[in-house]
Design a binder for this molecule. Structure first.
Ligand code: PMP
Length: 447
């Protein structure tokens, strides 16, 4: 295959390389060719050999080629793929009413009351949108209105979405993606190379310097936006609590703290919200991905104080945001998380995985760090040298080796050398055993 100019300079861990010459089975090759003829050129596929999926259920994905894959990667189907409770709720609502937020309807109120009860009491208002990006966008507009300032602080390898504003807050999209005006980055947390007691102080020093830069430039500080689990920064979880002084510094500068909970929210970390591990209360929280188990719904939850100004200045109407069908899906998700006790389950099975990953790490010298919170875990590969040189190539071999063995994970981080393990929440202890046993074997085989 010829060099593909559209892939030059594009950063994506575990991306399919159409120039690699990998042999695909005929059905997959034909589908890929048809896809290339019609889909926009910005799309990327996962894996050295892309996976063609036909259907899914629970934690299982069923390949078009008849193979079964254990899903240890997808967080959108948080309560499991094709969950019957979501299907039933959406089907019933779709047959009854699907309008928008400009009529009085009861279910959106009941859902909002239930969801807000999961947050600290100060976070008492919710505004609905469809995607995480839209909610990030709205949170930024809200923070700028509330503070009268423009500056936004993000991490160096952050991902916050696809709109002009959200992509402008997403340096992990690579050097060809321009950052927004008034946006400053701080260095990513680097747990594998930072003593635990220095993680917090280093981050605080970076944030203080970003605050000084924004004030000096005249932008001032509107907000810091942090993914509470630093997913694209390689999954940075420890030591829990490192965000507290950072949030204090931003508040001292009259800025707001926006928690991006698109990845860690809804129980993934073994708590309802990722920020809880840090003992902090955000001004605004962005929700998305798992909220509707695949039905598009997202939201900004926040304090009245943070939201009042924007609400008084500008009206917000998101045509599909919070429509009755998406609310039905989101309500079913809450029901199932509560009924199946999935938050505690994520904590228990997550702890089992963390212990198992650490044991595996201890027996393979290429593993330089293992970390995680609940069902969001990372294993980082590197060399046994002074700088622990990242080994993205090994991470890719492990990800693809796991795929060959029928288990789907991916990679993440600025150097793409960290495994990203983030299964649907019903992932059981037996699934964890299967993953650990396979991972140990695959590392041994490909390292
Ligand atoms: N924030 C984070 C942390 C994300 O991971 C994503 C999506 N990957 C977004 C925001 C944007 O969400 P969406 O793709 O739904 O717009």
């Amino acid at each position: 295959m010829n060099e593909s100019p559209v892939h030059a300079g594009v950063h994506m861990a575990n991306g399919f390389d159409p120039t690699s010459g990998v042999e695909l089975d005929k059905a997959a090759a034909d589908l890929l060719a048809r896809r290339d003829r019609v889909l926009g050129p910005s799309y990327r596929l996962f894996y050295r050999e892309p996976v063609a999926i036909d259907s899914a259920s629970g934690v299982w994905l069923y390949g078009a080629d008849g193979r079964t894959y254990l899903d240890a990667y997808n967080n959108v189907p948080a309560i499991g793929h094709s969950h019957p409770a979501v299907t039933a709720a959406v089907t019933a609502q779709l047959s009854k009413l699907n309008t928008h937020t400009r009529y009085l309807t009861e279910p959106i109120i009941a859902y909002s009351e239930r969801l807000l009860a999961k947050f600290p009491a100060e976070l008492d208002r919710i505004t609905f949108a469809c995607t995480g990006s839209e909610a990030i966008d709205l949170a930024v507009r809200t923070a700028r209105a509330a503070t009268g300032k423009q500056g936004i602080i993000i991490t160096e390898h952050a991902y916050h979405g696809t709109t002009v504003a959200a992509a402008g807050l997403s340096p992990s999209l690579g050097p060809n993606n321009p950052l927004g005006e008034h946006v400053v980055t701080i260095p990513s947390i680097d747990a594998a190379r930072t003593p635990a007691d220095e993680v917090g102080p280093r981050l605080l020093a970076s944030v203080e310097s970003a605050i000084r830069a924004l004030n000096a430039s005249g932008s001032g500080v509107a907000a810091i936006i942090l993914d509470s689990i630093f997913s694209s920064d390689g999954v940075q979880t420890d030591p829990a609590g490192f965000l507290a002084p950072v949030v204090q510094a931003v508040h001292n500068a009259d800025g707001l703290y926006i928690a991006d909970e698109v990845q860690p929210g809804f129980g993934r970390t073994g708590a309802w919200w990722g920020f809880e591990r840090h003992g902090i209360v955000p001004d605004l929280v962005v929700l998305g991905k798992p909220m509707g188990n695949g039905i598009p719904i997202s939201a900004v939850v926040g304090t009245s104080a943070a939201q009042e100004k924007f609400g008084s200045l500008v009206r917000y109407f998101n045509t599909f945001g919070g429509n009755p069908v998406s609310i039905a899906a989101a309500t079913a998700v809450l029901d199932v998380i509560e009924q199946d006790d999935l938050v505690a389950h994520a904590a228990t099975v997550g702890a089992q995985l963390l212990t198992g990953l650490r044991e595996i790490g201890a027996s393979h010298e290429q593993v330089i760090d293992v970390r995680g919170a609940g069902l969001f875990l990372a294993m980082e590969f590197g060399a046994d040298d002074a700088t622990r040189t990242p080994d993205a190539d090994l991470a890719a071999r492990v990800v693809n080796g796991m795929r060959e063995e029928g288990i789907l994970i991916s990679a993440s981080g600025p150097a793409a050398n960290a495994l990203k393990i983030r299964p649907p929440l019903p992932f059981s202890s037996e699934h964890a055993d299967q993953l650990l046993e396979t991972l140990d074997r695959v590392i041994g085989r490909v390292a």
